[in-house]
Each structure stands twice: as C-alpha cells, then as structure tokens.
Ligand binder design. Structure first.
Ligand SMILES: [Zn+2]
Ligand SMILES: [Zn+2]
Length: 558
C-alpha cells in the first residue's frame, strides 16, 4: 500500500499545500526524501520564499498539469543546516538560495554547458519528480525546510537582503539571462521593457545597471510615475497614444516583452531599429501573431528565453548584489497566503491593464514569533514630563495614539535630575532583569524633531544608563549617535520591534519587520522600556513623537 506523504521518508517537513484546483492553501505535513546520493545534498532551513505568478497558476491547476497536493514556492532563501559528505561549496550557517529548478540529468550536452534549465530531464522545485527509482515528488518553498543537491543551490550574497532579494531567483534570472545571451547589454543602447508587472520592474532595474537607456512600454498612463519616479526608467511610452508611438518607431535596440496576456507583437517589432532584438519571456496561453515583413525588411530578431542555468543564476545574484538590485516587496506571514494569492490573481498582468504587483514574500521568523503579548493598559506605564507642567500640556492619548512632546527649554522630569528635558512613556509595570523581552509599537516622528531619543531600553552597567537608545537626528533614525537605521524617518508610521535578550546580552531592532540592528547589551540588572521624546545633544526647540499599538512581549519558556 502506498504510504502517506508524511510517512514516505525519514526527513519530516511542514508546509502549506493546495489540495485541489480551488488553489486554497492549508497546512500540510509531509516528508522530504533523503536521497541515496545524500552525500551531495544540502539541507536548508527556509527563511523567505517569494510568491510568484507560477505558484498561483500551479495551485489552481491553470496549466493543467498540477499533481495535487502541491507545495508551491521557487524563490527560496534560507540557511544551511546540514551538508552531505561530498558538499564542499557550502557549510552549515551559510545563506543560500534555491530557484526554479532542483535537478537535471547532469550528463547531457545541455547540462555540460551549464544550461540545466533546458535539460530534457530538468526537475522543477515543485510539482515535479526526481528521476530515480522512487520518483519522489518535489515540494517547494512554502515550507520550513528543503533538501537540494548542491549543484542547484546558490550562494546568496551577504549584502543582498534575504527577503527583497528572494524574487531575483525567478524574475531576476528571467530578465538577466536573455539580456546576456542575446547581447542586449551594450551601455548606451536603448532597451524597451514591455509590461510593468513584477518581472517588468526587475527588468528595468537590471537594464539600468547595465547602463542602458530604458523605456517602459505600457498601455496604462497610470504607470508613468511608477516607471520614471520609482524605478528610474528614462522614459515612458504609452502604447495607446498613436502620436507618441509613431514618434518612437525605429528607436529601440532591444525589447524584453514580459507581458503574459495575448497581445499584438507588431507595434513592438515596429519600435525596433534595424537589427533590433525582441525577446519574449511572458507566456501567453495562446499563440501570438508574428508579422514577418518587418522582421525581414529590418533584419530583426524575435526570440524566447526561460530562466537560466545555475552558473548564470549565481552570476545574476552577484550582479544584483553589486548593483543593489532588489525587488519591491510586501512582507506577509504564511497564514496570509490565501489572501495574498487572491490579490495577486486580481492584479493579473494584462496588456490593457498592466499593474505593478509587488512581489510577496513570507517570513517564517517574524519578530514576535515565540513571544507572548502581556496585558497592557494605563496601570502599566506612567508619563515622565517636565516637573513643573501638568501632564496634559506635554502628553495626550486620543483615538489610540499617544502623543509626547517637549521643548528644549523645558525643565527635567524631577527637581533633582541633571538630565535634559523629556516626555516619555515609562513602562514600569514590566521591569525585568533576565529572560528575553520585546517592545512592539507603531511610531511616528514629525518633520523637524531632531537631537532626541525616541525609544530606549533603560538600565545598563555604569557609566552607561541605557542598553539601547534609538534617536532621531535630522530625519534619520540612529542607534545612539552612530549607526543610521532608517535614513528618512519623518512623517510616516513605522513598526518598531526591539528584542532584548538579557541573558545573551544582545539587542535586536526591527523596523517594519526587517532586522536593522544587532548590538551588544550593556549590562545592568534592572531594565524597562520607554518611548517618547528625550532631548539629547543639538536638540531642536520642539520635539514630538507619536505611538500606538504599544505591546510588551516575553519569550515563551522564560
Ligand atoms: Zn517564479
Ligand atoms: Zn541534462
């Protein structure tokens, strides 16, 4: 009798799977194969995984070859937890990536030429099978771990963010490979990018990094701002504007067509110069009409391309790291995946309504995971404010928003204190001396507030008084006076998580879910969190910060 996916193999895994063409994902226990050639395998703990359009198509069986249950995900970034005996390239603790493929025959001419992606026996990261006797199914990155032959594992560069870098493993190589193969990288040449979806936006960034002049070709006037202001394209061509289109005819050296809906190729071919090249990377589900006359008369070329081989994918990651190319992402939690998929489906890229969808990435390690939120109300904090003014002249709490303000000419918070003025929410209900504690809140600092501490972890070994200070100087959020954590903090809400591991003497600061700082603790035996405004050097005459959703959390098991 066939074994269940959970019983099949010794390596247990947990992920989210679609069971039928509804495409709804739900928790799924399964097992990963430890292969016979496990000596060549790398075991990876998954940190982030991009959500790609292919995931959606597969989950809903829109291409007709999904073998349920399917665990999607082929933009995987993780950390190596185990390596087989033959693995020399990676060691435990290395940050690595896994893209669209996890295997190929390794013997054919195509594989010998490092074009594993075109091998007739290519094995995709999910919804595919290993070729040897047990034909184990492959499951993707919407899971806690994955085991992959080292040939298909990529070094993930240190300076590439593991979340915003993840979509490069699919979209990045899809754009990069044809530009290299078809010779579309000569600086100063003119590249058109048709379609401004997730793939289009990475193509624009890579084109700019090669030194090309980049024009976004779209049917939606609303995309112009995005293309030029956000992505840095040189120009924008609205296809539905006949005058502009006519003007642009014969002006482009290359075009990458990322549109996956059925659309006309004739206008794109017309935009090309003599010897121009048009490469399609979108996959419309019906054939497109190809006009031959303009190709012949202009010696133009139309080609296609599908992701890239492992060597080139590594080259692409290194290139993106060097040029700071990342994807614009929205970080989501795994349990939000079904809503995320729905949103992705609605913003489906079509030639008439080209939408920039943000690539979606889920993180298995959100800063509050493993912590419990403790009760929090007015009895857990008090307001420290200049001793000679009433509280309501320096602090308000309206519609859930705490507002703290202070003037540089104000008095300290006690008659005996020598410190500069402050208005701070001091959380005295949760003083601590051991364990792992976390402060979470949404913060806001209005324009002009400067030379001020807005959040602190009180307590340290003398001469220090604090374990952590987050300050604002001229619009930057900084760690004390040194490290800039966010260069432009004014006039926007940001989510702040501060984790203080007292026993390990470490603090971590997350802004909007991203780790921005890891610093040493500074000793001390009695700690508490505070937020507000506390004047430091070069303080502005008026200082203000606002806070909402303040939480104090404590790590379970402490
Ligand atoms: Zn993909
Ligand atoms: Zn092969």
């Amino acid at each position: 009798m066939a074994k269940s996916p959970e019983e099949e193999h010794p390596q247990k895994a947990f992920g989210w799977a679609a069971r039928d063409s509804s495409g709804i994902l739900s928790p799924f226990r399964f097992s990963r194969r430890c292969r016979e050639n496990a000596d060549d395998d790398v075991t990876i703990k998954v940190l982030f995984c991009g959500v790609c359009h292919s995931d959606l198509h597969s989950a809903k069986n829109e291409w007709g070859f999904t073998n349920f249950p399917v665990v999607p995900g082929h933009e995987i970034v993780g950390v190596v937890t185990h390596t087989g005996n033959n693995v020399e390239k990676f060691k435990v603790g290395d940050r690595v990536g896994v893209g669209v493929i996890v295997g190929s025959c390794m013997k054919c001419d195509t594989c010998q030429e490092d074009l594993e992606n075109y091998c007739p026996q290519v094995i995709y990261t999910y919804n595919s099978h290993h070729h040897d006797h047990d034909r184990t199914k492959t499951y993707g990155g919407y899971s806690d771990m994955i085991v992959v032959h080292h040939r298909y594992v990529l070094r993930f560069p240190d300076n590439l963010p593991p979340d915003a870098g993840a979509p490069l493993l699919c979209a990045g190589i899809t754009a990069y490979s044809p530009m290299k193969y078809y010779g579309m990288t000569e600086p100063g040449k003119h590249l058109g990018v048709a379609g401004l979806g997730g793939l289009g936006h990475i193509t624009v960034k890579i084109g700019k990094a090669f030194g090309l002049k980049v024009t976004v070709i779209s049917s939606s006037p609303a995309k112009e701002d995005e293309a030029i202001k956000t992505l840095g394209a040189d120009s924008f061509l609205l296809l539905s504007d006949p005058a502009k289109l006519k003007e642009a005819m014969g002006s482009m050296d290359y075009i990458i067509d990322t549109v996956s809906a059925v659309h006309a190729l004739a206008p794109l071919i017309g935009l090309l110069k003599l010897n121009g090249k048009l490469v399609t990377v979108g996959l419309p589900d019906k054939p497109l009409e190809l006009p031959i006359f303009p190709l012949v008369l202009g010696r133009k070329l139309v080609g296609g391309s599908d992701i890239g081989g492992m060597k080139e994918t590594q080259e692409m990651l290194d290139f993106c790291a060097k040029h700071n190319i990342t994807s614009d992402i929205e970080l989501i939690r795994m349990d939000y995946i079904n809503t995320a998929m729905e949103r992705l489906a609605k913003s489906d890229v079509s030639f008439l309504h080209v939408l920039l969808f943000q690539a979606l990435v889920w993180g298995s390690h959100v800063p509050t995971q493993g912590f419990v939120s403790l009760p929090f109300n007015r009895s857990y904090y008090h307001i420290q404010k200049p001793y000679d003014v009433p509280e309501n002249q320096r602090y308000s709490f309206i519609n859930g928003v705490h507002k703290c303000w202070v003037y540089s000419t104000d008095k300290p918070h006690t008659t005996t204190s020598q410190t500069l003025p402050r208005t701070e929410i001091a959380i005295q209900g949760y003083g601590y001396s051991s364990g792992v504690w976390e402060f979470e809140a949404d913060g806001y600092v209005p324009y002009g507030t400067s030379g001020v501490c807005i959040m602190q972890v009180f307590g340290a070994t003398a001469p220090h008084a604090t374990t952590l200070m987050l300050r604002v100087y001229n619009g930057s959020l900084t760690y004390y006076r040194e490290t800039v954590l966010v260069p432009d903090i004014y006039d926007k809400w940001f989510k702040l998580n501060v984790i203080h591991d007292v026993d390990a003497a470490k603090v971590k600061v997350y802004i909007d879910g991203r780790l921005k700082l890891e610093a040493d603790g500074r000793g001390g035996t009695s700690h508490a969190f505070k937020c507000g405004v506390y004047a430091q050097y070069n303080d502005s005459c008026y200082m203000e910060s606002r806070w909402k959703h303040i939480k104090v959390l404590r790590k379970c098991g402490h």
